[in-house]
Design a protein around this ligand. Sequence first.
Ligand code: ADP
Ligand code: MG
Length: 291
Amino acid sequence: MRIVAKGLTYTYNPKSPFASQALKGVDIVIEEGEFFGIIGHTGSGKSTFVQHLNALIRLTGGSLTVGDYDLADKKCKFLELRSKVGMVFQYPEYQLFAETVEKDVMFGLKNFHKEMKEEEMRTAVREALERVDLNYEEVKDKSPFELSGGQRRRVAIAGVIVTRPEILILDEPAAGLDPLGKKEIMQLLHAIHGSWCKTVIIVSHDMDEISENCTRAAVFSEGKVVMEDTPAAIFCRSDELVSLGLDIPVTAKCARLLKERGIEVQTDFTCDDFIGRVLALWKERGKADAQ
Ligand code: ADP
Ligand code: MG
């Protein structure tokens, strides 16, 4: 399912003294199959935008289509859309509430598939928990509170992917995890992207996460998209990002420092590529010095 937004606007508490215009004309296209990143300062409209994609926030201005679903159409099948566009909120583990892991994951399914038999549901729950690398037999009867933070986050993700959404959106999926936990969550999202959900969209303020993982990304600023491109092209414009108050990947920082010393590194800003290019330059110089 391809996502196309044109001139999307949204105001919280309209017609009140507390009115706040969160989206001021967002144009964006996200192709099916992408691992898409959304970056931007706090308050730039990222969460408001992604909540439009499964109609948690109803469209009030502009146009938005997700596959064949036209969200401006009052007759749009919103429940069906929600089962196909899964949304994992920030710190989703705090929203687990059922007595057992199995019941929690099943809750998501019951909402959308009232006709499903208990046995079918159990199979779906088992598959979703296994997909997030949890041992079904070990965790199914546990209270979510008996699990570690990282495991709870996996349960929350299982509760969303259990409907087999085509598009999976995660708001800051790695926030608050230690470096190993972050790496594991990103590996998990790639595995889900390859096998389970066609499109993955992450909101992140971690630029290394974006440069290492995303096919393309959009930069939000003050309710608009100011850049939409591959991470390689976006991080070439590091001066602009810095002037927007945004961070840049560590590779882009190193490239800037090298440039100040007269060494230009052409890189896509992934660590692997950056190191490879620096080594190649170093070898070339070694040869030149030897001659
Ligand atoms: P981001 O996710 O990029 O931090 P948000 O979409 O959460 O940005 O917020 C965009 C703007 O909308 C901000 O100015 C924020 O204060 C405002 N906003 C967000 N949620 C609400 C809300 N529930 N009520 C009122 N204003 C809100
Ligand atoms: Mg947000």
